[in-house]
Design a protein around this ligand. Structure first.
Ligand code: FMN
Length: 338
Protein backbone atom coordinates (compact mmCIF):
# COMPACT_ATOMS: atom_id res chain seq x y z
CA UNK A 1 0.00 0.00 0.00
CA UNK A 2 1.43 3.37 -1.02
CA UNK A 3 -1.01 5.66 0.72
CA UNK A 4 -2.21 5.81 4.32
CA UNK A 5 -5.62 6.82 5.60
CA UNK A 6 -5.77 9.63 8.17
CA UNK A 7 -5.37 8.31 11.72
CA UNK A 8 -8.03 10.67 13.14
CA UNK A 9 -10.71 9.10 10.91
CA UNK A 10 -9.58 5.49 10.69
CA UNK A 11 -7.44 5.01 13.82
CA UNK A 12 -10.09 2.86 15.51
CA UNK A 13 -10.13 0.61 12.44
CA UNK A 14 -13.95 0.67 12.30
CA UNK A 15 -16.36 2.26 9.85
CA UNK A 16 -20.12 2.24 10.36
CA UNK A 17 -21.53 1.05 7.03
CA UNK A 18 -23.99 3.25 5.19
CA UNK A 19 -27.36 1.46 5.34
CA UNK A 20 -30.05 2.99 3.16
CA UNK A 21 -33.73 2.35 3.72
CA UNK A 22 -33.89 3.46 7.35
CA UNK A 23 -31.09 2.06 9.53
CA UNK A 24 -28.52 4.81 8.80
CA UNK A 25 -30.38 7.69 10.34
CA UNK A 26 -28.19 10.59 11.51
CA UNK A 27 -28.33 9.38 15.14
CA UNK A 28 -26.45 6.20 14.17
CA UNK A 29 -23.73 7.97 12.17
CA UNK A 30 -23.35 10.46 15.01
CA UNK A 31 -23.04 7.74 17.67
CA UNK A 32 -20.47 5.83 15.62
CA UNK A 33 -18.34 8.93 14.98
CA UNK A 34 -18.68 10.08 18.58
CA UNK A 35 -17.33 6.70 19.68
CA UNK A 36 -14.17 7.33 17.65
CA UNK A 37 -14.98 5.36 14.47
CA UNK A 38 -16.25 6.83 11.19
CA UNK A 39 -20.03 6.98 10.84
CA UNK A 40 -21.71 7.08 7.43
CA UNK A 41 -24.95 8.55 6.15
CA UNK A 42 -26.79 6.74 3.36
CA UNK A 43 -27.81 8.79 0.31
CA UNK A 44 -29.56 5.94 -1.49
CA UNK A 45 -33.37 6.07 -2.07
CA UNK A 46 -33.45 9.58 -0.56
CA UNK A 47 -34.27 12.85 -2.27
CA UNK A 48 -31.44 15.38 -2.49
CA UNK A 49 -33.41 17.52 -0.04
CA UNK A 50 -33.69 14.73 2.53
CA UNK A 51 -29.99 13.95 2.19
CA UNK A 52 -29.17 17.64 2.65
CA UNK A 53 -31.20 17.53 5.88
CA UNK A 54 -29.18 14.57 7.18
CA UNK A 55 -25.89 16.19 6.17
CA UNK A 56 -26.89 19.42 7.93
CA UNK A 57 -27.78 17.52 11.09
CA UNK A 58 -24.44 15.68 11.18
CA UNK A 59 -22.42 18.76 10.24
CA UNK A 60 -23.90 20.58 13.23
CA UNK A 61 -22.27 18.03 15.56
CA UNK A 62 -18.79 18.99 14.34
CA UNK A 63 -17.95 15.29 14.07
CA UNK A 64 -16.37 13.78 10.96
CA UNK A 65 -18.65 11.54 8.89
CA UNK A 66 -19.00 9.96 5.48
CA UNK A 67 -21.81 9.96 2.92
CA UNK A 68 -22.61 7.09 0.55
CA UNK A 69 -24.19 7.45 -2.87
CA UNK A 70 -25.71 4.85 -5.19
CA UNK A 71 -24.34 5.50 -8.66
CA UNK A 72 -27.11 5.28 -11.27
CA UNK A 73 -26.15 2.43 -13.59
CA UNK A 74 -29.13 2.73 -15.97
CA UNK A 75 -28.57 -0.83 -17.10
CA UNK A 76 -30.81 -2.13 -19.88
CA UNK A 77 -33.71 -4.10 -18.42
CA UNK A 78 -36.08 -6.71 -19.77
CA UNK A 79 -39.34 -4.74 -19.58
CA UNK A 80 -41.47 -7.77 -20.49
CA UNK A 81 -39.98 -9.77 -17.61
CA UNK A 82 -40.61 -6.91 -15.19
CA UNK A 83 -44.20 -6.46 -16.35
CA UNK A 84 -44.73 -10.21 -15.93
CA UNK A 85 -43.27 -9.99 -12.41
CA UNK A 86 -45.69 -7.16 -11.67
CA UNK A 87 -48.56 -9.49 -12.60
CA UNK A 88 -47.16 -12.18 -10.31
CA UNK A 89 -47.16 -9.68 -7.43
CA UNK A 90 -50.79 -8.69 -8.05
CA UNK A 91 -52.53 -11.39 -5.92
CA UNK A 92 -50.30 -10.43 -2.98
CA UNK A 93 -51.04 -6.74 -3.57
CA UNK A 94 -54.77 -7.49 -3.65
CA UNK A 95 -54.52 -9.44 -0.40
CA UNK A 96 -52.73 -6.50 1.24
CA UNK A 97 -55.09 -3.93 -0.31
CA UNK A 98 -52.16 -2.20 -2.00
CA UNK A 99 -52.15 -0.55 -5.46
CA UNK A 100 -49.16 -1.72 -7.46
CA UNK A 101 -47.44 1.36 -8.92
CA UNK A 102 -46.71 1.71 -12.62
CA UNK A 103 -43.11 0.65 -13.28
CA UNK A 104 -40.61 3.47 -12.87
CA UNK A 105 -37.84 2.78 -15.35
CA UNK A 106 -35.32 5.56 -14.68
CA UNK A 107 -32.59 5.34 -12.05
CA UNK A 108 -31.94 8.06 -9.44
CA UNK A 109 -32.35 11.37 -11.28
CA UNK A 110 -31.38 13.25 -8.11
CA UNK A 111 -27.81 11.93 -8.16
CA UNK A 112 -26.45 15.19 -9.69
CA UNK A 113 -28.21 17.30 -7.04
CA UNK A 114 -26.87 15.08 -4.24
CA UNK A 115 -23.35 15.34 -5.61
CA UNK A 116 -23.66 19.12 -5.98
CA UNK A 117 -24.77 19.37 -2.35
CA UNK A 118 -21.76 17.34 -1.17
CA UNK A 119 -19.40 19.56 -3.17
CA UNK A 120 -20.79 22.54 -1.23
CA UNK A 121 -21.04 20.77 2.13
CA UNK A 122 -18.01 18.52 2.02
CA UNK A 123 -18.02 15.48 4.34
CA UNK A 124 -14.81 13.76 5.46
CA UNK A 125 -15.49 10.87 3.10
CA UNK A 126 -17.77 9.90 0.23
CA UNK A 127 -18.26 6.30 -0.86
CA UNK A 128 -19.89 5.07 -4.04
CA UNK A 129 -21.57 1.78 -4.75
CA UNK A 130 -23.43 -0.09 -7.55
CA UNK A 131 -21.29 1.39 -10.36
CA UNK A 132 -18.23 3.56 -10.91
CA UNK A 133 -19.07 7.26 -10.89
CA UNK A 134 -17.77 9.55 -13.64
CA UNK A 135 -14.04 10.30 -13.09
CA UNK A 136 -14.89 14.01 -12.93
CA UNK A 137 -17.11 13.43 -9.86
CA UNK A 138 -14.26 11.67 -8.04
CA UNK A 139 -11.81 14.43 -8.95
CA UNK A 140 -14.20 17.24 -7.87
CA UNK A 141 -14.89 15.61 -4.50
CA UNK A 142 -11.18 15.07 -3.85
CA UNK A 143 -10.39 18.66 -4.81
CA UNK A 144 -13.14 19.79 -2.44
CA UNK A 145 -11.39 17.87 0.37
CA UNK A 146 -13.31 14.59 0.70
CA UNK A 147 -11.68 11.16 0.74
CA UNK A 148 -13.36 9.09 -1.96
CA UNK A 149 -14.03 5.35 -1.70
CA UNK A 150 -15.49 2.86 -4.14
CA UNK A 151 -17.22 -0.39 -3.20
CA UNK A 152 -15.69 -3.32 -5.07
CA UNK A 153 -16.18 -7.08 -4.90
CA UNK A 154 -13.10 -8.37 -6.75
CA UNK A 155 -9.48 -7.54 -7.53
CA UNK A 156 -10.52 -6.61 -11.07
CA UNK A 157 -13.08 -4.08 -9.81
CA UNK A 158 -10.52 -2.73 -7.33
CA UNK A 159 -8.06 -2.06 -10.18
CA UNK A 160 -10.78 -0.24 -12.14
CA UNK A 161 -11.53 1.91 -9.08
CA UNK A 162 -7.85 2.67 -8.55
CA UNK A 163 -7.55 3.76 -12.18
CA UNK A 164 -10.49 6.07 -11.64
CA UNK A 165 -8.49 7.86 -8.94
CA UNK A 166 -10.25 6.99 -5.67
CA UNK A 167 -8.46 7.19 -2.31
CA UNK A 168 -9.44 3.68 -1.25
CA UNK A 169 -11.75 0.76 -1.88
CA UNK A 170 -14.39 -0.89 0.29
CA UNK A 171 -13.97 -4.57 -0.47
CA UNK A 172 -17.37 -6.16 -0.05
CA UNK A 173 -17.68 -9.93 0.27
CA UNK A 174 -20.90 -11.68 -0.81
CA UNK A 175 -21.52 -12.52 2.88
CA UNK A 176 -22.50 -8.85 3.35
CA UNK A 177 -25.99 -7.80 4.36
CA UNK A 178 -27.89 -5.63 1.89
CA UNK A 179 -27.02 -5.11 -1.75
CA UNK A 180 -23.98 -6.64 -3.38
CA UNK A 181 -22.17 -3.79 -5.09
CA UNK A 182 -20.52 -5.66 -7.95
CA UNK A 183 -20.34 -3.77 -11.23
CA UNK A 184 -18.30 -6.00 -13.54
CA UNK A 185 -19.57 -9.37 -14.80
CA UNK A 186 -18.23 -12.53 -13.25
CA UNK A 187 -18.93 -14.90 -10.36
CA UNK A 188 -18.67 -13.69 -6.77
CA UNK A 189 -15.34 -14.41 -5.05
CA UNK A 190 -15.45 -18.01 -3.82
CA UNK A 191 -13.14 -17.80 -0.76
CA UNK A 192 -13.38 -16.11 2.63
CA UNK A 193 -13.36 -12.34 3.23
CA UNK A 194 -9.74 -12.33 4.42
CA UNK A 195 -8.70 -14.12 1.21
CA UNK A 196 -10.55 -11.54 -0.88
CA UNK A 197 -8.84 -8.76 1.09
CA UNK A 198 -5.42 -10.37 0.42
CA UNK A 199 -6.20 -10.66 -3.29
CA UNK A 200 -7.28 -7.01 -3.51
CA UNK A 201 -4.31 -5.77 -1.48
CA UNK A 202 -2.02 -7.57 -3.91
CA UNK A 203 -3.78 -5.94 -6.86
CA UNK A 204 -3.90 -2.27 -5.83
CA UNK A 205 -1.71 0.23 -3.98
CA UNK A 206 -4.52 2.20 -2.30
CA UNK A 207 -5.98 1.46 1.15
CA UNK A 208 -8.60 -1.24 1.56
CA UNK A 209 -11.58 -1.35 3.91
CA UNK A 210 -13.10 -4.80 4.45
CA UNK A 211 -16.85 -5.51 4.59
CA UNK A 212 -19.15 -8.48 4.58
CA UNK A 213 -20.12 -11.04 7.18
CA UNK A 214 -17.93 -9.64 9.97
CA UNK A 215 -19.77 -10.84 13.08
CA UNK A 216 -17.02 -11.06 15.68
CA UNK A 217 -13.86 -9.13 16.61
CA UNK A 218 -11.92 -12.22 15.46
CA UNK A 219 -13.42 -11.83 11.97
CA UNK A 220 -12.31 -8.18 12.04
CA UNK A 221 -8.79 -9.16 13.10
CA UNK A 222 -8.55 -11.67 10.24
CA UNK A 223 -9.53 -8.97 7.74
CA UNK A 224 -7.01 -6.51 9.18
CA UNK A 225 -4.26 -9.14 9.26
CA UNK A 226 -4.92 -9.72 5.55
CA UNK A 227 -4.19 -6.04 4.92
CA UNK A 228 -7.41 -4.12 5.55
CA UNK A 229 -6.91 -0.65 7.09
CA UNK A 230 -10.34 -0.88 8.73
CA UNK A 231 -13.50 -2.95 8.75
CA UNK A 232 -16.86 -1.60 7.61
CA UNK A 233 -19.66 -3.12 9.71
CA UNK A 234 -23.32 -3.04 8.76
CA UNK A 235 -25.33 -5.83 10.35
CA UNK A 236 -23.47 -5.45 13.67
CA UNK A 237 -25.18 -2.03 14.07
CA UNK A 238 -28.72 -3.01 12.99
CA UNK A 239 -29.98 -3.80 16.50
CA UNK A 240 -28.42 -0.74 18.18
CA UNK A 241 -30.94 1.76 19.60
CA UNK A 242 -29.46 4.52 17.43
CA UNK A 243 -30.21 2.68 14.17
CA UNK A 244 -33.46 3.38 12.35
CA UNK A 245 -34.04 -0.34 11.69
CA UNK A 246 -37.82 -0.89 11.52
CA UNK A 247 -39.35 -2.94 14.36
CA UNK A 248 -40.22 -5.91 12.12
CA UNK A 249 -36.64 -6.16 10.84
CA UNK A 250 -35.25 -5.65 14.34
CA UNK A 251 -37.42 -8.43 15.82
CA UNK A 252 -36.60 -10.83 12.98
CA UNK A 253 -32.87 -10.40 13.59
CA UNK A 254 -33.40 -11.75 17.11
CA UNK A 255 -35.97 -14.40 16.16
CA UNK A 256 -34.55 -17.96 16.11
CA UNK A 257 -37.23 -18.92 13.57
CA UNK A 258 -35.13 -17.12 10.95
CA UNK A 259 -32.25 -19.51 10.65
CA UNK A 260 -30.41 -18.57 7.46
CA UNK A 261 -29.60 -15.70 5.15
CA UNK A 262 -29.74 -15.89 1.38
CA UNK A 263 -29.25 -13.66 -1.64
CA UNK A 264 -32.29 -12.49 -3.55
CA UNK A 265 -33.40 -10.13 -6.30
CA UNK A 266 -37.07 -10.38 -5.33
CA UNK A 267 -37.33 -7.06 -3.50
CA UNK A 268 -35.26 -4.69 -5.60
CA UNK A 269 -34.18 -6.39 -8.81
CA UNK A 270 -30.57 -6.40 -7.60
CA UNK A 271 -28.83 -9.13 -5.63
CA UNK A 272 -28.94 -8.51 -1.89
CA UNK A 273 -28.59 -10.66 1.22
CA UNK A 274 -31.21 -10.93 3.93
CA UNK A 275 -32.86 -13.33 6.36
CA UNK A 276 -34.66 -15.84 4.21
CA UNK A 277 -38.42 -15.36 4.39
CA UNK A 278 -41.57 -16.34 2.49
CA UNK A 279 -41.34 -13.43 0.01
CA UNK A 280 -37.83 -14.56 -0.99
CA UNK A 281 -38.95 -18.17 -1.38
CA UNK A 282 -42.13 -17.28 -3.31
CA UNK A 283 -40.30 -15.01 -5.76
CA UNK A 284 -36.97 -16.83 -5.95
CA UNK A 285 -36.82 -16.40 -9.72
CA UNK A 286 -37.46 -12.63 -9.79
CA UNK A 287 -35.92 -10.85 -12.78
CA UNK A 288 -33.14 -8.29 -12.47
CA UNK A 289 -34.08 -4.66 -12.87
CA UNK A 290 -32.89 -2.28 -10.18
CA UNK A 291 -34.39 0.13 -9.16
CA UNK A 292 -37.64 -0.65 -11.02
CA UNK A 293 -38.38 -3.64 -8.78
CA UNK A 294 -37.42 -1.66 -5.70
CA UNK A 295 -40.16 0.90 -6.42
CA UNK A 296 -42.61 -1.79 -7.54
CA UNK A 297 -42.35 -3.74 -4.28
CA UNK A 298 -42.00 -0.69 -1.98
CA UNK A 299 -45.73 -0.39 -1.13
CA UNK A 300 -45.99 -4.15 -0.53
CA UNK A 301 -43.05 -4.00 1.86
CA UNK A 302 -44.43 -0.95 3.63
CA UNK A 303 -47.79 -2.70 4.09
CA UNK A 304 -46.05 -5.79 5.47
CA UNK A 305 -44.07 -3.69 7.96
CA UNK A 306 -47.25 -1.86 9.01
CA UNK A 307 -48.94 -5.24 9.56
CA UNK A 308 -45.95 -6.62 11.48
CA UNK A 309 -45.39 -9.32 8.85
CA UNK A 310 -41.70 -10.25 8.65
CA UNK A 311 -42.39 -12.55 5.70
CA UNK A 312 -43.46 -9.75 3.37
CA UNK A 313 -40.52 -7.36 3.58
CA UNK A 314 -36.77 -7.29 3.11
CA UNK A 315 -34.79 -8.24 6.21
CA UNK A 316 -31.28 -7.36 5.08
CA UNK A 317 -28.63 -9.17 7.12
CA UNK A 318 -25.10 -10.45 6.61
CA UNK A 319 -24.07 -13.99 7.43
CA UNK A 320 -22.82 -12.88 10.86
CA UNK A 321 -26.27 -11.69 11.97
CA UNK A 322 -26.49 -14.07 14.92
CA UNK A 323 -23.67 -12.10 16.57
CA UNK A 324 -25.46 -8.73 16.29
CA UNK A 325 -26.49 -7.54 19.75
CA UNK A 326 -28.97 -5.12 21.16
CA UNK A 327 -26.40 -2.68 22.56
CA UNK A 328 -25.39 0.98 22.07
CA UNK A 329 -23.49 1.72 18.88
CA UNK A 330 -20.53 2.89 20.99
CA UNK A 331 -20.30 -0.63 22.47
CA UNK A 332 -20.15 -2.14 18.99
CA UNK A 333 -17.34 0.27 18.10
CA UNK A 334 -15.51 -0.59 21.34
CA UNK A 335 -15.79 -4.34 20.72
CA UNK A 336 -14.44 -4.13 17.17
CA UNK A 337 -11.89 -1.30 17.53
CA UNK A 338 -8.19 -2.07 17.26
C1 FMN B 1 -29.70 -2.81 5.94
C2 FMN B 1 -28.49 -2.58 5.07
C3 FMN B 1 -28.49 -1.52 4.18
C4 FMN B 1 -27.36 -1.27 3.38
N1 FMN B 1 -27.35 -0.16 2.57
C5 FMN B 1 -26.19 0.17 1.94
C6 FMN B 1 -26.07 1.43 1.27
O1 FMN B 1 -26.99 2.25 1.28
N2 FMN B 1 -24.91 1.70 0.62
C7 FMN B 1 -23.84 0.83 0.64
O2 FMN B 1 -22.80 1.13 0.06
N3 FMN B 1 -23.93 -0.36 1.28
C8 FMN B 1 -25.06 -0.68 1.94
N4 FMN B 1 -25.12 -1.86 2.65
C9 FMN B 1 -23.95 -2.76 2.65
C10 FMN B 1 -22.93 -2.27 3.67
O3 FMN B 1 -22.25 -1.14 3.20
C11 FMN B 1 -21.86 -3.34 3.96
O4 FMN B 1 -21.24 -3.75 2.77
C12 FMN B 1 -22.42 -4.55 4.66
O5 FMN B 1 -23.33 -4.18 5.65
C13 FMN B 1 -21.27 -5.33 5.27
O6 FMN B 1 -21.69 -6.61 5.64
P1 FMN B 1 -22.33 -6.94 7.06
O7 FMN B 1 -23.72 -6.43 6.99
O8 FMN B 1 -22.26 -8.43 7.12
O9 FMN B 1 -21.51 -6.23 8.10
C14 FMN B 1 -26.24 -2.13 3.45
C15 FMN B 1 -26.26 -3.20 4.35
C16 FMN B 1 -27.35 -3.42 5.16
C17 FMN B 1 -27.32 -4.57 6.13
Amino acid sequence: MDRELPEELFGAGVVGAPMAGGPSRPALAEAVSRAGALGFLAGGYKSAEALAGDVGELSATGLPFGVNLFVPANEPVDREAILAYRERLRPLADRLGVDLPEPRWADDDEYPAKLAHLLENVPAAVSFTFALPPAGDVASLRTAGALVFQTVTSAQEARAAEELGVDGVVVQHAAAGGHFGSFLPGPAFAGQLHELVSAVCAAVRIPVLAAGGIGTPQDARAARSAGASAVQLGTAFLRTPEAGTNPVHRAALADPAFDRTAQTRAFSGKTARGLENAFMRDFADAPSGYPTLHYLTAPLRAAAVAAGDAHGTNLWAGTGWREAREEPAADVVARFAV
